[in-house]
Design a protein around this ligand. Sequence first.
Ligand code: HEM
Length: 667
Amino acid sequence: EPKGAHYSIFLEHTPNWHRPFGPYPSQVGPVLPQVPSFGSFSNYLPPTQTPQTTTPDPSTLGCGTPPASCLKTPYRSYDGSCNNLRNPVLGTPQTRYARLLPPNYGDKVSTPTMSQTGKPLPGARIVSLLIYPDVQIEDPKFTLNAMQYGQIITHDMSMIAGSTQAQPHQTRCCTNDGQLLEFANIPEHCFPILLPNDDPAHSQTNAKCMNFVRTITDRDRNCVGGYQPAEQLTAVNHYLDLSIVYGNNDQVNQQVRQFQGGRLRVDFRGGQQWPPRSNNASGVCSIRSPQEACYLAGDARVNQNPQLTVLQIILLREHNRIADILSKLNPHWDDERLFQEARRISIAEHQFISYYEWLPIFIGVENSFKNKIIYKTNSFVDDYEEDVDPTVLNEHATAAFRYFHSLIAGHLDLVNEHRSSYGNLRLSDWFNRPAILEEGDNFDELTRGLATQPELGSDPYHDSEITQFLFRNGQPFGSDLKAFDIQRNRDHGLASYNDYRAYCGLPKAFKFEDFLDVMTMDSVQKLQTLYENPDDIDLTVGGSLEAHVPGTLSGPTFLCILTEQFYRTRVGDRFWFENKLDGFTLEQLNAIRRTSISRLLCDNGNHIESMQLRGFERISHDNPVTPCEALPFVDLSLWKEISDTGVPIDRPYDYTPDLSHDFYLKK
Ligand code: HEM
C-alpha cells in the first residue's frame, strides 16, 4: 500500500488549488463576446414579476448566446444568464466546459487522444474489463442515498451536448447486430467502442461494436475555426441551482409550472403527486405500452434510473410543499412571487445539503474547511467573487466526478417501515421505465431503501449492471458505463493522468513504478500490461486507482479536481444561499441550515414515518431510525411577511435585496 506520509504533504498544498481562472484560460478559444450595455438597468422589474432575460432561441444554438440585457431582479434566471454581471453568458447552457490543462487531441485539434507512440490507446472495453471487474464490496459507512444525491448534483451541473444520456443514442455507429459499419457508412461524430473477440458478454452474441457518439464541440457549431483545439459543450446551465427541477431555460420552465399558487405541475394519482407526463414518452423512455408513465421534469435524464427519479420527485414535492405553506402565510403573494420564493428556498436547501451534508463525505471535512468550501458560522458568508469562473471543468465532469460510478449498486432494495427488505429491483430491468415507482408501495420502499441500503465502495470495482447491462432494454446484454467513461475521456482529449498528477502536486512519473507512491503493485502491473507509456494513462483510469486521501472517498488527483470544481461552483455563484444578496434574513438563513436529506425524504414520501438523522450514513447505534417529527426542519413561518393583525413584520435585514446597492451598478 502507498505510504500515508505523502498525503499530509499533499494536504498542505490544498489552499493553492484555487486559481480563479486556472493556469490555463477557462474559455478555450476566443473569449465570448461580452455584453456592452448590461449596466443600464432602465427596465427594472419589481420582484413579483417574471424576472430575467431575453431567452435565446434554441434553434440558433451556437456556443452560448449572451442575453440582450440583464434585468435587476433578486431571483436567478433559469438558464443562469446574468448571474455573473461582468460576463452574463457565463454558466449558461450550450457553452464550453472549462479546462485546467490544455487538451491532448490525436491531431492536436480535435481527434481522440492517441498513444505517445502514435498508435491507438488500448481499447476502452479491454481497459474496463481488466481494471473495473464486478466485486461486490459494500461501503462500510454510507448509503445508496449518498451515491444517488451525487447523480442529482451531477445532473444539476452538466450534460454533454448531443446526448440525452438516458437512452442509446439515436446516431448508430454499429449495425443493429453489433458489427462495424463500412467506413463509408459511418455517420459523423461516431467513435465506436471495439469489442474484443473474447469479450465475456458480447462474444456470446458475436457483437464486435458498441455504440459511442462524440460530444458536440465549439468547432462543430462553427464557433471557432483554423487550428483552434476543440472544446466540448454542455447542454445545461453550470450552476448548482436545481435546474433539474426548474428547467434550464424559460421554455422548459413554462412546461413544468402550474402557474397557480406558485406550484410546479403535477398529476395526482392514488392521492399522491407525480411529475407530469412527457409528451415524447416513446422517444425518451423504454416504455412497453403507451399508458406506461414517462415523466417530464427540468432535466431530460429524469427517467434514467428509479432512484434518480425518486429524488427528482422528492425535490418536486418539496417545492410544492413550500409553495403551499407560503401561500397560507402570505395570501397577498401572487403566483410568481410564491413560485420564486419557494424556488429560492428549495435551491438553498439543496445547496445546503449538497455542501454541508454530502460534500464533506466525498471530499473530506478538513479539506472542505481548509479550502473555504464550507464555513462554521451562524452568519452570512459573503464570499462571492466575480472573477471566479463557475464553469464546470471538463476534467471534473469527464473524469473525476465519474469515479463515483463505482458506488452504484445493481439491485435496489425495497424496504418497509421496520427497515426489513423483502425484495429488490434489478437496475437494468428499470432503466428509463419509471412506472415501477407508482406500483404498490414501491415509492416509499425505494425511498427507505435509499437511506438503508449501503452504496458500493468507492474503488475500482463496478457492478455488472452498469458494465455489462447498461440500458439493455430487454436484451440479454447492454452497454458498459466504464468503457463509455474511458472513451469519453479520449473523445474530450483530456491531458494524461501523469499531467494531472503534476498539476495537483504529485511528482510526475517517468516510469510505471513511479505510480507506486499512490497505487498498489497490482494496479501498476495492470496499467503496464495495457499501456505502452506512463504518459498514455487516461486520467479516468489513473485517478481511479489511487489510494484515498484519508477522510475522503477519492485519491489525491481526483480530490484536487473535485475541490477546485466545488470551490468555483460556490464562490462563482452570485446567488449562493449564504450570500446576503440571495435575499434571506439571517434568521431565515439559519432556518435553512436546519434542513437535511432525511427531513426531505420524510416530508415528501407518500407515508414515511421515520428516518435516521444523517440520511447519507447507514443506520447504526450512533445514527438510529427516528420518528420524522423529531428531525430538525426549516421553520417556514419566518417567511410570513405581515402579522395576523396586519402589521408588517420587522426583519433584522431587509427582505428584498437593496437593488440600488453599489454592487449592481459597479460595472
Ligand atoms: C445508477 C446511477 C447512474 C447511472 C446509470 C449513470 C449513467 C451515466 C451515463 C450513461 C452517463 C453518460 C456517459 C457518456 O456517454 O459519456 C453518465 C455521465 C456522468 N455521470 Fe453518471 N450515472 C449514474 C450515477 C452517477 C453518480 C452517482 C455520479 C457522481 C456522483 C455520476 C457522475 C456522472 C458525471 C459527472 C457524468 C458526466 C456528466 C456530463 O455529461 O457532463 N453518475 N452517467
